[in-house]
Design a binder for this molecule. Structure first.
Ligand code: ES4
Ligand code: ZN
Length: 317
């Protein structure tokens, strides 16, 4: 099925082999001896236990070419999975905090995306995420660094440790981002309560929610999401690997789809969570009696929930 991917952290698409190769090239010491040891370490108990490894893994990325290679590798997976349009997220603070320039990160990432567009017609948008465990001031500085690149960045999002870092902490910096014309997204209701989804809607004024699965606990919120057709970028394999659900059968994605919430399927961090986008669809098809109509509805939603122009949407739909 042709589809779009809307929730993908590019640092979460580093393969264990690439992690090893870059560690050696850049003289970064990793606490693993083999690729198998890396894979064995990917046993998570919650979001934080994953993030600790994710930031460690990202530390091997240093040069513009490293960011190019990482992004190019993901673009090849888009081609393999029939992803016609992707909206990838990058977390500049993961790299600027350890002395890598903002421009190094974004220029390598964009160069790969442009090559993929030119070589096999991949359509893309770029999303910049603030790390919510860092300060509002750090987010403000990151937004300033992004302004010279504003033409190349479509949306601003919010990720990292959700618990204890509610959306309201970033109300002012998102107001500034909106005034600059960016689309707004936030991770909310993955581990955090439905109130964090309300805050993302009412205080950050999001155009889309990343995850949002805990909306299910608040009937008024469910009604709001339906009425306003606010998209949720759901990540089934991620949710199981981070113990949001005990198993995929417990997942509420088809319940929400049946309620006419605009849910989409996404891979989040494919090399950490055991699969790219098609793997997520296959896992859903194994766990549920997913009908062709439901699969098509999910793929259709991925385009309607995207930030491509209405004209381009018509082309895809
Ligand atoms: C992330 Cl909150 C969250 N979930 C998945 N991947 C991430 N990368 C950074 N923050
Ligand atoms: Zn995510």
């Amino acid at each position: 099925m042709p589809k779009a991917e809307l929730h993908l952290h590019i640092d979460g698409a580093i393969s264990p082999q690439m992690m090893f190769d870059l560690a050696e090239k850049n003289s970064v010491i990793l606490p693993y001896k083999t690729v198998e040891e890396v894979e064995a370490a990917y046993e998570f108990s919650d979001l934080q236990s994953f993030l600790d490894l994710y930031y460690q893994g990202a530390s091997v990325l240093q040069t513009e070419q490293d960011f190019y290679d990482l992004t190019w590798d993901y673009c090849l997976h888009c081609q393999a999975d029939n992803i016609l349009h992707t909206e990838i997220s990058f977390d500049p603070q993961t790299h600027t905090e350890r002395g890598i320039a903002f421009d190094t990160v974004i220029s390598g990432t964009l160069r790969a995306l442009k090559d993929a567009e030119q070589k096999f017609g991949l359509s893309y948008k770029l999303m910049l995420n603030f790390l919510r465990h860092l300060s509002e001031e750090s987010a403000q500085q990151t937004l300033q660094s992004a302004l010279p690149w504003a033409e190349q960045i479509t949306s601003i999002g919010l990720d990292s440790s959700e618990l204890d870092h509610p959306p309201r902490k970033f109300e002012r910096v998102f107001a500034k981002a909106r005034a600059e014309g960016f689309k707004i997204v936030a991770h909310a209701g993955e581990e955090g309560p439905p109130d964090y989804i309300w805050q993302a809607i009412q205080l950050l004024k999001v155009d889309r929610i990343d995850h949002g699965v805990r909306a299910d606990e608040d009937p008024a919120l469910v009604e709001y999401l339906i009425q306003h057709q606010i998209p949720l970028t759901v990540c089934p394999l991620s949710n199981v690997r981070l113990c949001v659900y005990e198993n995929l059968q417990q997942h509420n994605i088809f319940k929400m789809l049946g309620q006419n919430i605009r849910v989409t399927v996404n891979s989040d961090d494919p090399t950490y969570f055991g699969g790219y986008l098609n793997d997520n669809f296959f896992a859903l098809a194994d766990a549920f009696p997913m009908t062709q109509l439901q699969a098509i509805q999910l793929a259709h939603n991925s385009f309607t929930a995207s930030f491509i122009s209405d004209q381009q949407k018509q082309f895809f739909l």
